[in-house]
Design a protein around this ligand. Sequence first.
Ligand code: SF4
Length: 362
Amino acid sequence: MYIYIHIPFCNCICSYCDFCKMLYNKKYINDYLDSLEKEIKSRYKGELIRSIYIGGGTPSSLSLNELERLFNIIKIFNIDNDYEFTIECNVDSLSIDMIKLFSKNKVNRVSLGVQSFNQDILKILNRNHTYEEVYKVINNLKNNNINNINIDLMYGVTNNIDIVKQDIDYFLNLDIPHISCYSLIIEDNTILSINNYKNIDEDIEYEMYKYIENKLTSKGYIHYEISNYAKEGYKSIHNINYWNNGYYYGFGLGSVSYIDDYRITNTRNINKYNKCLFISDKEYEDINIRMSNDMILGLRKIEGISISEFFDKYKKDIREVFSIDDLLKDNILIIDNDKMYINSKYIYLSNDILLRFLDIVN
Ligand code: SF4
């Protein structure tokens, strides 16, 4: 089983962010951790845990004492010998003492929200760090035996492709095994959208995507999901479970669980959450929804979907469930032995392609 835990607090608010988050406020945290503990104790049934992912928000915005409390809560989980334990951090809040606390508490993967190394881009995103600070934090992690490190990088903030090229060079200098590269999406109700910030030219954005893909794969990174690249042995076990449409628990404000074919969504209202009114929605997913999700999520992986595994799960042939003849004829979708995947030429456009699989044919 897989566990996601949401820590909704941040030290400052990024201009593009539409996640479930709020400014760090000490008065909420103790109650929040109390409720989180109650939620976990009331729902977790003792399953063996393959992966824990603490995300946010910014988990590293918590104080050392608060993090220690969180790690004590997590001791309830029955963790597999071969496990992945990730925590999301921001560079400016990740101290040496915090890293030592992570090591002591079985954290073996850190994901850093970096987005860019360019000061003009960081200003637009309302983030604040320098390359030297990122480099130092990464060295500190490595010196404490946390070598499985990801950074999130954002492209398409401005039309300047040279900045993207420079950011990728900076990333390569860090010598870490994983990167997630996302293009800027201007979501409603974010600071950028309120300020009427405009999307960049689509052709330039595509050029950036191809540049990143070519450069990273030429340096030995495996492109394994639309936005994710890893060195051999460092693909994110936790995220692969999402793309396999596997079950997982989500604990904490605004988090989502997928258990026994129910999609359970937690409240985004901290007052309700702190009164232990955790769940805001619970929906059963019938076989058609499940097959659609397998297709839509599975085709995000570059290796695609296993036709035989789909058959074992649903007793149906995936080629007959979805209308894919045109996509196969046009070489947009490829079947190679047991695998069905999107042609790499079209993977950048995959969101449009994947939407078609909301419809089940048979
Ligand atoms: S992007 Fe991350 S750090 Fe920035 S406001 Fe959103 S949750 Fe907080």
